[in-house]
Structures are given as C-alpha cells and as structure tokens.
Design a protein around this ligand. Structure first.
Ligand SMILES: [Fe+2]
Ligand SMILES: [Fe+2]
Length: 173
C-alpha cells in the first residue's frame, strides 16, 4: 500500500475524499475480510493507472473508484450471511446517495459508483471508465477473497497439525 500513498498525483485527486469525516466512518469496517479503506484505495488506484495509460478520464475514475463502496453497514466480516447478500445487491444505491450527499459529482463519477456491481447487479455501465472500475473491483475482490481463504485455511490446518504434533511428541520415549 505504501507505493500507492507515495503516488502524489493520485493522492492529490482523492485527498479531499479520504479526509472527509463521513467517508472515514464508513471505511474502517471489514470488506471481503479486510479493511474497506484498503479495498477502496486499491480499486481506485489500479483503475486510475489503467485509465491514465489509455487516455481515459483518470480523475473521475480515481474519484468514482474511491467512492464506489461508500456505505455504512457492517456485516462483521460475515461474507455469506443474508444481510451481506442483501447488501451486495443494494450497496451501489447507498454508495451513490452518500457520495451525492457529501461530494459534487459529475455524470461519469455517478455512473462509476452506481454501476460498479455490474454484472452481479444488472446495471449496464454507460462509459468505458465505469466498465473499467467494475472490472478492477471484481479482480481485487477475488484476490482479497483468496487471501482471506488462504489465511483461514492456514489457521485451520495449523490448529489441527500443532496439537497432533504435541500429542505425538508427548508419546515418544
Ligand atoms: Fe461494491
Ligand atoms: Fe468494491
């Protein structure tokens, strides 16, 4: 994450958003098992880099990307509860309402936020930039899910393997 915070051009674009107290409140919850702010910053940053490379509107991409999950609900890290399922289908709406409430958005930024759940939610993006953020959100989400699953697997394996070794060693003469 350090390399992202060291990219001054990028940080300048999202600075007023990540310092907004209403935004900060929503970013300390867990998202895909990790801190939501890290997820939002990664989605925003990698979308921004690609948008810049392909001469797209990278400022709106960075701003829409950082705001795409601007919602308050906390599912306590439970990815498969009914609550988190409903949230998965509705949070694009909540994120857009919150973003409109605290920031002045252009049409592209609104489209990025509202349609970032495509194709899980059938809101077809109007702009290339919205497709880009939606795609990067899925890629980052999959990586985060794998990371979470990996740490759970390691913990489960270790919690079984270590006691077995202790028992085995205690029986040795
Ligand atoms: Fe989302
Ligand atoms: Fe997201």
């Amino acid at each position: 994450m350090e390399h992202i915070y060291n990219d001054i051009d990028f940080i300048n674009i999202i600075d007023s958003i990540i310092k907004n107290k209403n935004f900060i409140k929503t970013q300390n919850t867990l998202h895909h098992g990790l801190k939501k702010l890290d997820h939002s910053i990664k989605v925003s940053y990698y979308s921004y880099l690609i948008a810049k490379k392909y001469n797209l509107d990278y400022v709106s991409v960075a701003r829409g990307g950082i705001l795409h999950d601007f919602f308050y609900a906390d599912t306590n890290g439970k990815s498969f509860s009914k609550e988190s399922y409903n949230l998965a289908l509705n949070h694009h709406n909540i994120a857009l309402n919150n973003s409109n409430k605290y920031f002045k958005l252009n049409d592209l930024e609104k489209d990025i936020i509202y349609k970032h759940m495509f194709p899980v939610v059938f809101t077809i993006p109007k702009y290339k930039e919205s497709f880009l953020v939606s795609f990067i959100d899925k890629v980052i989400g999959v990586f985060e899910f794998i990371l979470k699953a990996k740490s759970l697997f390691n913990y489960k394996v270790l919690s079984k393997v270590i006691p077995s070794f202790i028992i085995l060693f205690s029986t040795l003469k």
